[in-house]
Design a protein around this ligand. Structure first.
Ligand SMILES: [Zn+2]
Length: 66
């Protein structure tokens, strides 16, 4: 399942709060507030689910029918 990912506004580094979220749930929870402790700058960031994005693994390569 894709993992929810945010970006630290101070260090511009990725924050992964360790929340796995299906794409349909991500879209359904866009307005949901979230706060997280940032491991990069040590502050707490507040926002909505919509501020984040899903860190989806690349789809597996499909054999091209050889
Ligand atoms: Zn931060």
């Amino acid at each position: 399942m894709p993992q929810l990912m945010f970006r630290c506004p101070y260090t511009n580094k990725a924050i992964r709060p360790g929340i796995e979220l299906a794409r349909v749930l991500f879209q359904a929870m866009m307005d949901h507030p979230i706060s997280m402790d940032c491991p990069h700058c040590g502050r707490q960031h507040h926002g909505n689910i919509a501020d984040g994005c899903l860190d989806e693994p690349a789809p597996p390569l499909v054999p091209s029918g050889q």
